[in-house]
Design a protein around this ligand. Structure first.
Ligand SMILES: Cc1cc2nc3c(=O)[nH]c(=O)nc-3n(C[C@H](O)[C@H](O)[C@H](O)COP(=O)(O)OP(=O)(O)OC[C@H]3O[C@@H](n4cnc5c(N)ncnc54)[C@H](O)[C@@H]3O)c2cc1C
Ligand SMILES: NC(=O)C1=CN([C@@H]2O[C@H](COP(=O)(O)OP(=O)(O)OC[C@H]3O[C@@H](n4cnc5c(N)ncnc54)[C@H](O)[C@@H]3O)[C@@H](O)[C@H]2O)C=CC1
Length: 462
């Protein structure tokens, strides 16, 4: 049996950030990081765009290399199969037993597939799944993409030379991140220009609305720009058909023409070579749920309180595996994103080191405001606060400014105070919006001038 004061499970962003945090705060204490994946994720090149909004790169490296400057951290490549929380023991698939003082579970999540046992259905999570997708795509004429979140949006934009049938439950594309107005703005962007390709490829979009209808992998989730160095190309010509307001009702066996067919709830039957199920994630909670940790009904994550504590003693959780169950700040909510995985991992380290000590600690400022910066259809997208009016029950006003093909700015106001913002393009408004959401200044006197491009509104707030 091996033993450590602190044990962290998971070599993704949450687990590595947690182990790094503990190594910094308690350099004398032994730390063991157990990861089912042979490499672990290292956050590098952090760029702060505002106080709370940051961008970073993620590199996959051997565990020993990532922790070479943290001599108290040992990395074990193995899978945790059993938790005995009464005796503070973990059993690994090799049969080894690890005893912990405090444990942080950062086991991430896996794709929640529509037909998990069907060999024609693929999910995207880690490097291996991308390689598999690339291999299958190269011999595909038509792919059905199911889902309307981050992965589906990226795939539709990044793949070429293939017919795509994009099946979405909603009335507009990319609904996880944007409203119908921004989705319309993006539709033009499907005339895509890849950074590495000077010749624009025109994507033809056909829309079809049904008005009546309202492989488990062990690697860590991919990092930013995961598709930048991967050629995702099929055997046909570009063509995207969006099937709105519908779902896949059945997956049928193929015939001489197509290897597999999907039947949609709008009554259509579509033959294809491959189905990508980009339909969200399912937290990897198995050994911990079986040991009695409470699981959230809403998303299947391990319930954690404000200090990232699960319901089992001395066991914390962070990142995609956990479900935040505390009285949240008005402008923050959980989304399974790498910035949140990083903040949660780092903060869990603080909680593990300082919990039960006489000195009280406060919750991290990162949980005051939801922030996310990403790229959709090749454009910078910044999402702040209640960017989609979340929790406001439709009681809000919208201020909108749009320049076709260049920028889309949407501000969400309630009682004259800024609650959230969607900033697409190089708007340079992120700092101002972040401050206005945090300080809740009454903006009524500015009216629509808030977005008047001829007025430098930031002068008012200096
Ligand atoms: C294709 C794709 C694109 C994405 N794009 C973005 C984006 O643009 N912006 C953004 O913010 N987020 C994005 N995300 C989400 C982001 O990657 C995740 O939220 C984040 O990486 C989660 O980190 P994590 O450490 O919690 O989990 P993971 O990265 O899943 O790591 C979990 C780790 O736990 C290990 N593990 C699991 N079970 C066990 C076990 N029983 N024993 C031992 N080890 C175990 C795994 O091997 C892995 O090392 C994307 C995700 C995907 C899949
Ligand atoms: N740019 C970014 O920020 C990106 C973030 N991610 C993150 O990676 C994770 C996985 O991404 P996604 O799979 O895109 O998850 P997601 O949670 O973002 O989106 C899931 C989508 O699938 C749809 N869906 C769910 N069940 C369905 C069903 N049975 N039939 C049809 N549609 C269904 C939902 O309506 C939703 O549109 C998420 O945590 C996501 O936030 C992924 C890619 C890019």
């Amino acid at each position: 049996m091996v033993e450590a004061t602190f044990v962290v499970i998971g070599g993704g962003i949450a687990g590595v950030s947690c182990a790094e945090g503990i190594a910094f705060l308690a350099p004398e204490e032994p730390v063991i990081l157990i990861s089912a994946s042979p490499t672990v994720k290292k956050v590098t090149n952090v760029r702060n765009l505002t106080k709370m909004l940051s961008r970073f790169d993620v590199e996959e490296q051997p565990g020993r290399k990532v922790f070479e400057s943290c001599p108290n951290v040992t990395v074990v490549h193995d899978t945790v199969t059993h938790l005995d929380h009464e005796n503070n023991n973990l059993t690994l698939s090799s049969g080894a037993v690890v005893k912990y003082g405090k444990l942080c579970v950062c086991t991430g999540a896996r794709p929640k597939l529509i037909a998990p046992d069907n060999p024609h259905v693929l999910g995207i999570r880690d490097t291996d799944s991308v390689v598999e997708f690339q291999r299958r795509l190269s011999s595909s004429r038509r792919v059905v993409v199911v889902g309307n979140g981050g992965i589906a949006t990226e795939l539709v934009h990044e793949t070429s030379n293939v017919q795509i049938v994009w099946v979405i439950k909603d009335k507009h594309i990319s609904a996880t991140f944007v409203d119908p107005g921004a989705a319309e703005f993006f539709q033009e962007k499907l005339i895509k220009k890849k950074d590495d390709d000077d010749s624009p490829v025109v994507k033809r979009m056909k829309f079809s609305v049904d008005r009546g209808a309202t492989s488990v992998s062990s690697g860590a989730a991919l990092g930013p720009d995961w598709h930048a160095n991967v050629r995702l190309s099929g055997l046909s010509t570009d063509d995207v058909t969006v099937e709105k307001c519908c779902e896949v009702s059945h997956v049928h066996e193929g015939d001489d023409e197509w290897p597999v067919y999907v039947e949609l709830t709008n009554g259509k039957r579509v033959g294809c070579d491959l189905i990508v199920s980009a339909t969200g994630v399912q937290p990897n909670v198995e050994p911990f749920g079986a040991a009695g940790a409470r699981i959230a009904d809403v998303d299947g994550g391990l319930i954690v309180d404000w200090a990232m504590r699960t319901t089992l003693p001395n066991i914390y959780a962070a990142g995609d595996v956990c479900s935040a169950d505390w009285q949240k700040a008005p402008h923050w909510f959980q989304m399974r994103l790498w910035t949140q995985a990083r903040h949660m991992g780092t903060y869990a380290a603080k909680a593990m080191v300082y919990d039960n000590q006489s000195e009280p600690f406060l919750q991290d400022f990162a949980f005051e405001l939801f922030t996310h910066v990403t790229k959709l259809f090749g454009m910078k997208v910044v999402l702040l606060g209640l960017f989609n009016g979340q929790t406001l029950n439709d009681e809000y006003e919208i201020l909108l400014r749009m320049t076709r093909g260049q920028e889309y700015v949407k501000l969400i106001l309630k009682n004259g105070r800024l609650q959230g913002a969607v900033l697409i393009g190089d708007t340079d408004l992120e700092e101002m919006c972040e401050n206005l959401i945090l300080n809740q200044l009454d903006l009524t006197p500015f009216g629509e001038d808030l977005l008047n491009p001829d007025i430098d509104i930031e002068d008012y707030f200096d």
